[in-house]
Every structure is written in structure tokens, then in C-alpha cells.
Write a protein that binds this ligand. Structure first.
Ligand SMILES: Nc1ncnc2c1ncn2[C@@H]1O[C@H](COP(=O)(O)OP(=O)(O)OP(=O)(O)O)[C@@H](O)[C@H]1O
Ligand SMILES: [Mg+2]
Length: 325
């Protein structure tokens, strides 16, 4: 396999101008209320990172971080204000069909021909790529089953629920068996089971040797499957690396749940306890002290329910980074 990045961005930036007032001399001195309706938005401020072939890469950031703007620049839908991007080893060429044929894309707000039924829609979309009609239909059927829409073949898309629309969007992104799959919030609108199904599907894509780059603002969506993540806040890259390194398991202490403890025994353990029904929850700060604490709790007549290393949530990191930004 080629070891050069399959996707890379270098100093990529995008500034949107809102209204004409931004160009007026003395704009900086205008009252906030006026600026509010007429300002420049620096959505992406010099992003650089690379995605290796075969990776699942999570592109994370809170709302407004610039994820969709970056993805739209990657897809050639909007023009960067500065910097560059390469896809599949070549500079981005919006009109390059061969490049496009190797990429699958799920937009954040997909628009579909709503009168079509799922098979018709995927057949139509597959028609944009070099596939025989038979191949198109076979893949469409396979993908509809894979995204859990096999039961809705007779329903026009306008009668789909939000989660179903998201699922057909994902099927659409995969119809051309792309090497590189770019998904903007693929789990949005899905319930927990649906999120898991999409995680499994993304993992399958990796098993097939494909590369997946997807955006999300939810830790659970990325932690189990991403090889690496980039965390973007206010248009800037704040963290890059394997998720385990970024959220340091155990950094926030270890939660120990113990049942069956009488009040004097709880006191004797000398750690603040929260009563949860008949159980007590303790947080042991020092990882090296966990074994000793568990032993003491058992000796005091307790019954061990669980021991869970705590970690900073992605939200904590967002807040931390946003403060530092
Ligand atoms: N066409 C546009 N004109 C002006 N500002 C824009 C435009 N598109 C995006 N922005 C602004 O750029 C910033 C980044 O938006 P973007 O949609 O890229 O964020 P995001 O990370 O995808 O957020 P979300 O998680 O909510 O989808 C926001 O402040 C947004 O208002
Ligand atoms: Mg977005």
C-alpha cells in the first residue's frame, strides 16, 4: 500500500465575509450590534494534518469549530482562502472525475430526491459512476441491507424518518465502493443503536482496506473505532493523535461502586461517598491506591459492584481548549 497520505491539508484556511460592512473603513470601531450582522468569520484558521491510507480518522470539534467548512473545502464545494489540500495524492481538482470516483461523501445536510424510493435513488446515484446497471442494483440492495433500510424499500424518501435519511445518505456515500470515505457527522440524528450500527459499518470499511475520515462532536462515536483523531476548536487544530493519548484514561481517578456498606463502615473508609440507592460511590484519585481501597471496602463488609477508571470527557477537552484558545 502507498505510504503517502491519502488526504492532507496544509495551512488550510477559510474566512467568510458576511455582508458589505466588513469592507467599510473603520469597521473595527463600529458598535457590536452592527458588527454582529456584518462581520468576517474566520471559520478555519490554518489547519494542517494528514490522514494515512487505511486509517479511521475522527475529525472532532464542538459546534462551529469549522469541521463542515473544512470538509466542504476538501470536496471542492467551497474555495479555501489560503492553504491547500490533497486527496489521493493529488491536489484537489473539483472537476476531476477520476479522483471523485474514488471518494465517497456524506454531506452534513444531504438533499435527496424525495419522491424516489431507496433503490431508485441509489441506482440514480450509482449511475454517476462507471458501473453496470446490474452491479449498481446489486450494490444498492447490499448497502440498503447494510445500513438497515432493507425493510423500507417501498417507501419514498420523503416518508423517511430523520435517522432513515441519514442511513440512506451513508449508503449513497458508499455506492461507488470508494477508497476514501468522507462523512460529515454520519451519526447525527441516530439513536444509540443506530450510532453503534454506523460505528460497526465504519469499522467494516476499514477491514476492507478503505480509509474513513469523519466528523463528530461526540466522544462515544469515535473512541472505539478511530485510529487517530484531530480536535479542532475555533478553526484551529488543538490536538492530534490516538484517542487514548488524548483522553488519558484514569486521569480523573477511579470510580469504585460498593454495595452493602453500613454507615460506620463508609466513614471508616475515609473517602467522600455518594449514596446511589443501596450502594456507595467513591472516587479514588491515586491509581496506585485503588487495590488497597477495594480490599478495605471488602474487609468492611462491602460487596464490590464495579471499578471504573474515569477519564476526561471530550467535552472537558473542548472546554479546556476553548478557554485556552
Ligand atoms: N457560508 C457561510 N457564511 C458565513 N459563515 C459561515 C458559513 N459557513 C459556515 N460559517 C461559519 O463558520 C463557522 C464554522 O462553521 P462549520 O459549519 O464549519 O462548523 P462545524 O464544526 O461543522 O459545526 P457543527 O458541529 O455545528 O456542524 C461558524 O461560525 C459558521 O457560522
Ligand atoms: Mg458541521
Amino acid at each position: 500500500m502507498d505510504s503517502s497520505p491519502i488526504l492532507s491539508v496544509s495551512d488550510l484556511a477559510k474566512t467568510f465575509s458576511l455582508g458589505f460592512l466588513g469592507a467599510v473603513p473603520g469597521f473595527r470601531r463600529l458598535p457590536i450590534s452592527v458588527k454582529g450582522i456584518a462581520q468576517r468569520v474566520e471559520a478555519v484558521r490554518g489547519l494542517s494534518f494528514a490522514v494515512e491510507p487505511g486509517e479511521i480518522f475522527g475529525f472532532l470539534g464542538p459546534n462551529g469549530a469549522g469541521k463542515t467548512t473544512t470538509i466542504k473545502m476538501l470536496m471542492g464545494l467551497i474555495r479555501p482562502s489560503a492553504g491547500s489540500a490533497t486527496l489521493l495524492g493529488h491536489a484537489l481538482e473539483p472537476g476531476n472525475r477520476r479522483q471523485r470516483e474514488r471518494i465517497g461523501y456524506l454531506p452534513e445536510q444531504p438533499y435527496f430526491y424525495e419522491h424516489l424510493r431507496p433503490m431508485e435513488f441509489l441506482d440514480f446515484y450509482g449511475g454517476l459512476f462507471p458501473m453496470t446497471a446490474q452491479e449498481r442494483r446489486r450494490r444498492a440492495r447490499e448497502l440498503l441491507d447494510r445500513v438497515g433500510l432493507g425493510h423500507a424499500l417501498d417507501r419514498p424518501i420523503r416518508k423517511f424518518s430523520k435517522g432513515m435519511v441519514q442511513r440512506i445518505g451513508i449508503a449513497q456515500a458508499l455506492i461507488n465502493a470508494p477508497e476514501l470515505v468522507i462523512l460529515d457527522e454520519p451519526m447525527s440524528g441516530l439513536d444509540p443503536l443506530g450510532r453503534k450500527e454506523i460505528r460497526d459499518l465504519i469499522f467494516d470499511l476499514k477491514q476492507q482496506g478503505r480509509t474513513v475520515f469523519f466528523s463528530s462532536h461526540i466522544l462515544q462515536d469515535v473512541e472505539q473505532i478511530c485510529d487517530r483523531v484531530a480536535i479542532v476548536v475555533k478553526g484551529r487544530l488543538r490536538r492530534l493523535g490516538p484517542i487514548g493519548e488524548l483522553v488519558e484514561v484514569g486521569a480523573q481517578g477511579t470510580e469504585v461502586l460498593v454495595g452493602g456498606l453500613q454507615a460506620p463502615a463508609v466513614e471508616a473508609l475515609r473517602l467522600p461517598a455518594t449514596a446511589l440507592g443501596a450502594a456507595h460511590r467513591f472516587v479514588v484519585a491515586d491509581p496506585a491506591a485503588v487495590d488497597g481501597f477495594v480490599r478495605a471496602a471488602l474487609d468492611a463488609g462491602g460487596r464490590l459492584i464495579s471499578v471504573t477508571p474515569q477519564r476526561r470527557s471530550l467535552e472537558d477537552i473542548f472546554v479546556e481548549e476553548a478557554r485556552g484558545a
